[in-house]
Write a protein that binds this ligand. Sequence first.
Ligand SMILES: Cc1cc2nc3c(=O)[nH]c(=O)nc-3n(C[C@H](O)[C@H](O)[C@H](O)COP(=O)(O)O)c2cc1C
Length: 166
Amino acid sequence: MRKIAVVYKSKRGSTKQYAQWIAEETGADLFDVDQCKGSDLSDYDTIVFGGWLRAGGLQGIEFLRKNMGTFCVKDVFAFAVGLNTDGIAARQECREINFKKELEDVPCYFLPGAYKPDEIKGGDKIIMGIMKKLMDNSNPELRDAIVNGADRVDRSEIKYIVDALK
Ligand SMILES: Cc1cc2nc3c(=O)[nH]c(=O)nc-3n(C[C@H](O)[C@H](O)[C@H](O)COP(=O)(O)O)c2cc1C
């Protein structure tokens, strides 16, 4: 049986929730990226990295980039969690921004996240304020999520990742 590590970066819990569900369904071990070194993963055959999207940037992806050289004989997968309502476009955009050079061949899945405007502070609040101002009316669902919040976290969304890991 292959040994799988799920490494995640989460600020408010939704990415962590997905990472826990994936670990549960695949028998993987779970690691918080902030408490994990590349060398902690030397015994694993497969690494799954999950991070949340912040203004297009996949949080925590630096970990993969930095350690990719030592992972080269392993299978590496990634997932990005975000509010975007168009999963295909989100996945494409995430790939273009975050998966260059050494990460080019890493498959990345998009999973729908959660957002509560009342919990947002500091730099995150400023970014969301800018996003709100820049949004036109072409995507009312996303606009509503940014203004009023949304919770689209759904266990069934991990199906494709879990299938790929089998
Ligand atoms: C400052 C900020 C910027 C965000 N930027 C994006 C984005 O570019 N694309 C996206 O799909 N979601 C974006 N989101 C939504 C988050 O990715 C979403 O809330 C995610 O579920 C957070 O993950 P966490 O609960 O693990 O922290 C943003 C949220 C915040 C607070």
